[in-house]
Design a protein around this ligand. Sequence first.
Ligand SMILES: O=C(O)CCC(=O)C(=O)O
Ligand SMILES: [Fe+2]
Length: 410
Amino acid sequence: MSARLRTATCHFFRLQELRTREGSDKCHVTMLGHVSSSQCLAQVPILTLDGGWNAGCQEDGKKELNTMAPTKYTTRTIPRISLANFPTRLDAITAQLLHAAETDGFFSLTDSEISIPDINAIFSTSKSFFALPDAIKATVPFTHANVGWETRSQIRPSTGVADQKESYQLQFGSNMSGKWLPDAALPAFKPSAQLFMQKAQSLSEKLMLCFARGLGFPDDFFVQAHDSSRPDCQSVLRLLHYFAVDPAAGPLPETYYRAGAHADWDFLTLLFQLPGQSGLEICPGREVVTNFGIGDEWTKVEFAAGDIVCNIGDLLMSWSDDRFKSTCHRVKAPEEEGDWFGPRYSIAFFNQPGRDCEIQGPGRKYPMVTGAEFTRAAMERNFNAVRAREEVAQRAGGVEGATRVMAAAA
Ligand SMILES: O=C(O)CCC(=O)C(=O)O
Ligand SMILES: [Fe+2]
């Protein structure tokens, strides 16, 4: 990975986003408002990655514009793919998955081996954890090994402020040492979570087989890389709880996000949701310079009970030489009629290759990196994007928008 400095000279304040993609010379900077050029001669660090780059998506256009204009929506088809009779329908399923991966990068699965009772069971396990007092959850705090509990602390580069949620991240291996609550505090939590992780793993392996075939790799290529018994396995089950919002309390602050716009940096994400608790939205192609360019229109992800929504992450995008798309998505803050204001529970299973795996697409578009390097670069990239935002906000001192970002990020 290399970092370089570019000079962005502008007559506007509030840097919204920096994006670049390996192999392209694009630098996307969105600015709002007007200040003198001396206030905004910004030297902005831009990171380039050996691998996919897809971290920062612009925040909600409505908030960028600081107006109460309703979100712009457009219809997109998110394919619903049945996994029934998987062994005999393998070719047909593979073709459907590849098509979905090459277009919007999102699809939902039906007729999988994970049943509605399985999903209900893990949600009640998850709720039992979040119902504990914060002081108990804080005994298993989040660490940079990507495990543990955090609350209102994940800052997305697209927003510069923490998501309004709490989450608890679980892994298969030794990173979990000291990160399980004692059984007395939360009876049967660990076996229930581990059982569900095994089911999510097994389902993911079916998809990996299809994607390996599509890319011309040996059938077990991705399965080996994501073997959950590997000591260096990095896959994560993330239990999520977005806080309820009182619709009677008036408009939300401009800086309120459930999950700010982002693309996942894993290989493949499986998302479990509860019917009625809507909010997930996608915006393919949201990597634009202006507020009104392409990428301002969102699509609500509809799902039926038992559907598993899946999306391609940056890592598979890179591993496929950008053939498969890692798509920008968010969980919208409830603000408009039809939004879900109650608490939202969701569960994401992030497939991550082992730390020692060598990642390079069939066409070798990007230099080879290991799983550990890819993960480290992704975390660093997020951190640097947030920091760059803060620095620009600091330089624009006195500007209302910038001050707000700093305060929230502190
Ligand atoms: O909670 C959701 O529906 C989406 C969560 C998500 O996108 C994430 O955690 O990366
Ligand atoms: Fe995500």
